[in-house]
Every structure is written in structure tokens, then in C-alpha cells.
Design a protein around this ligand. Sequence first.
Ligand code: HAM
Length: 420
Amino acid sequence: MSGAGRRAAAPRGTRDVLPAEGRVRERIVDAAREAFARHAYAPIVTPTFEETEVFVRGVGTSTDVVRKEMYTFEDRSGRSLTLRPEGTAPVVRAFVEHGMHKLPLPVKLWYLAPMFRYEAPQSGRYREHWQFGAEAIGSADPLLDVEVIALLGGILAGLGVPGLRLRLGSMGDAETRAAHRPLLLEHLEARAAGLDEDARARMRDNPLRLFDSKDPAVREAMAGAPTLLEHLSPRAREHHERVREGLERLGIGYEEDASLVRGFDYYTMTVFEFTSDRLGAQSAVGGGGRYDGLVEALGGPPAPGVGFGAGIERITLALEGEPAPGGGLDCYVAVPDDALRPGLLPLVERLRAAGLRCETDLRGRSLKAMMRHAASLGARRAVIIGPREEEQGVATVRDMRTGEQEAVPLGELVDRLAGA
Ligand code: HAM
């Protein structure tokens, strides 16, 4: 075997989640799951890879994601497959494939899944990242956009993500885009001299994509460019006003941002992004929008939809240094006597069944070492049962913070600990 002995490492742009961070992620996912249940979303799981066509048709050929970031490969029979770079196109593919338009609409689906994008790695930007996301398909009501935005905002605020801001934009409808495109092209053509071939190709394909370019020459050319928000059709303007009004009625603050176009071609009407000021260049913790033509683009009947995706690593980064509630253990059971050990697991399992987070020694430590172990795990209480306790039919319950001890009859132990 070549390279034997070299220390193996995770691929560039990917990362391991170690236990301290894993606990924060659990809290994030639990908060999302509970909020989804309260908003009547059902879980959906789609395959990690799709036929490449799903993303080409769904996400669009002018996007960075399709042009340069997909992990695409041929399987052994020569089919082109792609690791999921984003969650919306696969969920809509499943909606179409399973005829979900026949269900009561809107169909509300949520997911938790890894996404794969060949991007330049940096803090908060990885080649594999995890998202929780939601898609509500089958209604064009602007109140659904408001509910989706409020759902994500509520999860982020409930987690205590600091420095949250909501940016709101609109991509308009087909009429808006048809009227806007020549205006944007006219603006760009007067400035095309400074643009490289890549930017010009995008200009021909979908000039809107130049709004999210980081290239200084493109940014200069885009300064003062006509925006979609300024040229909304009457229908799109009405939709946008209803969304703004709905957010205001819920007391959700937002900033209107005409430069927010987001990186996928499927968006129509509402687009939004939540950022945290604790993050650097990659400040978006979650974003989404409406996609009224996507179901049809993937071969389904007309069915408008709206959704979001939120980046779990970004939320974790934003929460760094924030006080974390809970954590630790409710109790640590110490049975420092070989003759009593057969009763150890039955007791620990009874405590766990009563809902307590409970750990014990499974290495044969001394009592002193057990107490160090309990402290290192953040246990609130230690339950000690040695020969003396056994004889008296009690357990010594020690408060690990104050050192106070109390003898509790064994018959009452589970109820006393579970009640406290
Ligand atoms: P997105 O904005 O590309 O949207 O991704 C959603 C979130 O995933 C971002 O706001 C960010 O927090 C996180 N994220 C994206 N790329 C990376 C990366 N390379 N490393 C770490 N985190 C990342 C979507 O994917 C759409 N499917 C959202 C949507 C659902 N729109 C409608 N429905």
C-alpha cells in the first residue's frame, strides 16, 4: 500500500465536527425540528446524489453552482450524477415524482442534509456543509412568504444568534424580468470594455448574475445599474408590498436590498437572507425565496413554492462565545465496589429511563477518580453507592457544585432525582 504511515486527514474544504461543537449542532437541529413541527412541516429525505439534469434544469446553467461548483461524476453505467449542492431542486423533483400536488396544498416539507459545493474554502465556507431547510409548495400567497421568513427568523432568534439582520429583495415575475433585461444590458454594454470573457459570457446568458459578482471590474460596471426592485411589474409590486406589510404586522425588522439576487436561477418574486454581524465575509446564516416556475421546470404541473436553507456551520460560528444553556449531566453514578457492580447498570438505566442524563464509570476507577470523571463531564450530582450505603439501604447524593451530601433511601432515589 503506498503512503502507509502517513497521517490521514479530511479532504480540503471539509471538516470534522468534534463533540463540543457537536453539542451546539444538536441544539440547533433540535430547535429547528421543534419549530418545523409547530409550523406543520413534515420531514423529507432525498438521495445524496441526483441525476445531474435535476440541478442543470433546476438551479440553472448561468449560476456559479452549476458552472463550476458541482461534484459531478459518472457511475459505472455512464450516467451523470451529482452530489446535492443545494436542497430545493431535489425536494421539488420528489414533489413532482410522487405527484404531491394532489395533497392538500401547500405541501410543507423540511430537511436536514449535507450539501456539496466545490468552492474556495475559507472560514464559514466549506466544500461540504449542512443545511436545515424548508420548502412550502403549492401556494402563491404572499403570507406564505411571510410565514417562511418568520419561521427561519424565529429559529435563529430563539437560538440566540447575535447581530441578526434580514435583507429582503424581489426578483419579480417573468414580466418584470422581460422589461428589466434590456435596461440592464444597455447599462452593461456601455461599460463592457472593462469586463473579462467570463463576465461577458454571463452577460449574454443571464446578466442578473453579475449582481452577485465579487470581481472589482464587474462591481464597477454594475454601479448604478437598474435593479429589478425599481422595475417590478404591477403584480410583482403588489406581492412585494403584501410581504412587507406581513413582516411589519409581525414586528419583523428588515432592510430592503435591491442588490440581493441570490445564486440560483429558480427564484421569482421574494428573496431574503439573514446575516449575522459576528461573521466575516460569509455572513449569511440562512436565505431563500420564492420559486414559482421550478416545479414546471422539473416536469410537474404549475405549482408555486417558497423556502429557505440555513447553514448549520455558519450558525455555529455565529454562536461561538454565546452562553450555551443546559449541557452537562444530571447525575453520575459511582459504585466503587466490585461486589455491588452487578446492580450498577440496572440503576443507571432506570435513571436514564426517567429522563435523566446519566453517566457512570465503565473502566474500574477508584472513587476519587470517579469524582474527577464526574466533574470533567459537568455532572450536577454524584450518586455514590458503596458498602456503607448498601448496608443502610441508601445512596449518598452529592451536589457537585457545593459539595453538600444527603442520604436518600434507594427506593426513592429515581423519583427524587427525576423530580429535582
Ligand atoms: P444558499 O443561500 O445557497 O441557499 O444556502 C443556504 C445557507 O447555507 C447559506 O445562507 C449559508 O448559511 C449556508 N451555506 C451555503 N454555502 C455554504 C458553504 N459553502 N459553506 C458553509 N455554509 C454554506 C440554498 O441552498 C437554497 N436551496 C435555499 C432555498 C430553499 N431557497 C429556497 N428554498
